[in-house]
Design a protein. Structure first.
Ligand code: ADP
Ligand code: MG
Lengths: 278, 365
């Protein structure tokens, strides 16, 4: 019966087949001032609801921190935005025009969403400069890569990013020889080389020294405005030092949203963080 | 201070400069010492030695091809003996057809082994091999196409690491068994031999031997420079990135399987060219060249010389094969043990091979 229905649907004259529909526009449109819309998203893993009717809006140029206890669904939320995990229900739009749920992972990366994973993964055998070169937005097919020569603009862009992440003095150093913090910055630099509109950063300061944390806070703040930045972080001091607006995630949905002070005084948040147990 | 990183510009490293200079010197000197210096002089280089050197150079090219995929891309190929042998067979088929009616049976059309098998006509895949250009094309196409199809299937389904090594080994082994069969039409067990001449030049003459030696040297230099151009390009840096962190490389937008496929295929073509130059110099090609042991030996040359340097592969191939020639003369049974022992020693004491020794000196100097 199902097949028959499908067949009927396929033969309807008032519709064209999927592959004939013009591809959706991949130009980011932020005319309403919002870069990311997640609406009513739910994901279930083997009957366990990791994300539960989640609604989240990120403004253009905003720096947003997402906090929440372990297992709250923070990483899963990033997986959904980057196309790694598909939600069961809900919608995810990037700007007014780009439907993220219809794009593959590499397509999502190429429309301008960059993601930094928890564990830093730089190319250890390559120099810092080479890491940035490899990550740079460019034609990445085999032949163009074989024949690639850096243009003056690209060189400038690399220098600019080197300066932003504060690794000018390490440009010729092997990435494997960098400190943990420097690797994290290099990885953020590699994201920047792809000129993303939206940066997703998962637990950037885990394992960092205090100085490195301060430096990271400065770096992330300097990115806001030019990019929209979403930071997932456990460290409350760090979050307080950077965030304009904080979203508290709990059991897969938003528990509270607002400035750090508002959120901290919210009885439900206190309950979750201090009251113990759901 | 680390050296200034150069992006996207072709350049030779110190080891490469020294290697090319030595190669040029040898290529100029050996013909002179063979042809112009009288045979009773102590400086005279015998034709036997010239051919031996020529053979080493083809092994060196093979080693460079393996280093490109193993050292820079992380593909531990146990299939390169097969690509080498296929190139060799393509050349061997041309040389067989050149024999014409000078074979034992005097059949102008059919090579001796076919007459012996009572075949009445040339199999279809032997047609065209009487023309050098066709054979030369096949030298490139046979290993290239095999590598392309094999790589397309393997890399697309993301077979990596040990599993990939095992299936390249299986491929080589299957080819060996196939080529051993008489019905395959490649001379079975005995392979192809009794060659007379190449492009009209007598294979036994000194001048032809010198010509083949020089051709091998040029092929090695060309192959080396081509590989060097690849590894110093952005593509080379992507290859190393794939070797070290494959999924990360995929994540930043590179088509990992395409990069692997093209570099693997190019490397197979180089191996085929090496095989084609090897066969007229040793005078025979048989299924033994597909032997799994051969593929492993190539890896040992590269490991001893030093992975991911290219010139190290050349050094390893030449030194190990010189040792092999020497030892099999003195103590034929000892060779495999010596080779195994050498491999273990180098792995333990010189993880970067002999080139590593050289590079350490270079950086401390
Ligand atoms: N692929 C998966 N399969 C099954 N369960 C998963 C998977 N990914 C995440 N989960 C579960 O979903 C919940 C949310 O995980 P996660 O998003 O990693 O939380 P957070 O990053 O906030 O600590 C956890 O209980 C986790 O065990
Ligand atoms: Mg997490």
């Amino acid at each position: 019966m199902k097949t028959l229905d499908n067949l009927r649907a396929a033969m309807r004259r008032d519709q064209v087949w999927d592959f004939m529909v013009p591809r959706q526009a991949l130009e980011l449109d932020m005319s309403h001032g919002t870069i990311l819309y997640l609406e009513d998203i739910s994901v279930t893993f083997d009957g366990f609801r990791a994300i539960n009717h989640l609604n989240l809006y990120i403004d253009a140029g905003e720096l947003r921190c997402i906090i929440g206890p372990n297992g709250a669904g923070k990483t899963t939320m990033m997986d959904i935005i980057t196309g790694k995990t598909r939600p069961d229900t809900g919608t995810a739009w990037f700007g007014q025009t780009i439907d993220l749920l219809r794009l593959s992972e590499p397509e999502i990366a190429s429309v301008g969403i960059g993601r930094k994973f928890q564990k830093p993964t730089v190319f250890e055998q390559h120099a810092v400069l080479e890491n940035l070169e490899l990550a740079m937005a460019a034609d990445k097919r085999v032949w163009p890569t074989l024949l690639a020569r850096l243009t003056p603009e690209q060189r400038e862009r690399i220098d600019e990013v080197l300066e932003t992440i504060g690794l000018q003095d390490q440009r010729d150093q092997r990435a494997g020889a960098l400190s943990h913090g420097q690797k994290q910055w290099l990885e953020i630099g590699m994201l920047l080389m792809q000129n993303p509109y939206l940066l997703l950063v998962d637990e950037p300061v885990a394992g960092m020294t205090h100085q490195e944390m301060d430096r990271t806070a400065e770096l992330l703040r300097s990115l806001a405005g030019k990019h929209s930045v979403v930071v997932v972080e456990h460290d409350m001091d760090f979050v307080r030092s950077i965030a304009d607006k904080v979203t508290v995630l709990h059991q897969g949905s938003v528990l509270a949203e607002g400035s750090m002070d508002e959120v901290r005084n919210d009885p439900r948040v206190i309950e979750v963080y201090l009251g113990g147990g759901p | 201070m680390p050296p200034v990183t150069r992006l996207g510009t072709f350049h030779l490293d110190r080891g490469g400069q020294i290697f090319l200079a030595l190669l040029a010197l040898t290529t100029l000197l050996v013909p002179v010492l063979n042809l112009a210096v009288p045979a009773d002089s102590s400086l005279h280089v015998s034709t036997f030695t010239v051919t031996l050197l020529g053979k080493y150079l083809t092994y060196a090219l093979l080693a460079v091809a393996v280093d490109l995929v193993w050292g820079y891309l992380g593909i531990l190929s146990l299939g390169h003996a097969a690509f080498f042998a296929l190139g060799g067979y393509a050349m061997g088929m041309y040389l067989m057809r050149q024999i014409g009616d000078r074979g034992v049976y005097g059949n102008p059309e059919l090579p001796d082994f076919m007459v012996f098998l009572n075949w009445s006509e040339l199999p279809w895949f032997w047609h065209g091999f009487d023309m050098f250009w066709f054979a030369a094309l096949m030298v490139v196409l046979a290993p290239g196409l095999l590598a392309f199809v094999f790589g397309w299937l393997a890399f697309r389904s993301r077979v990596t690491g040990v599993y990939l090594s095992i299936i390249t080994q299986a491929l080589t082994y299957a080819l060996m068994l196939a080529f051993f069969r008489n019905e395959m039409g490649f001379g079975g067990n005995n392979g192809l031999t009794d060659f007379k001449d190449l492009l009209g030049f007598d294979l036994q003459s000194d001048a032809t031997r010198i010509g083949l030696f020089v051709a091998s040297a040029l092929a090695l230099a060309g192959g080396y420079l081509a590989c060097r151009a690849i590894v110093t390009s952005k593509l080379g840096r992507v290859a190393v990135a794939i070797r070290d962190a494959e999924s990360r490389t995929r994540f930043i937008g590179y088509r990992v399987e395409h990069v692997k496929l093209w570099i693997f295929t190019f490397s197979a073509v180089l191996a085929g060219i090496a095989g084609a130059l090897y066969v007229p110099q040793v005078g025979i090609i048989n299924p033994g060249e597909f032997s799994p042991l051969n593929s492993i030996e190539i890896l040992i040359w590269v490991a001893i010389g030093g992975r991911a340097t290219l010139y190290g592969a050349v050094l390893g191939a030449i030194l190990v094969n010189y040792g092999k020639t020497y030892l099999t003369g003195v103590m034929p049974d000892a060779w495999l043990f010596v080779l195994g022992g050498l491999f273990v020693l180098v792995t333990l004491l010189l993880p970067q091979g002999l080139a590593g020794l050289f590079r350490r000196k270079e950086t401390t100097a």
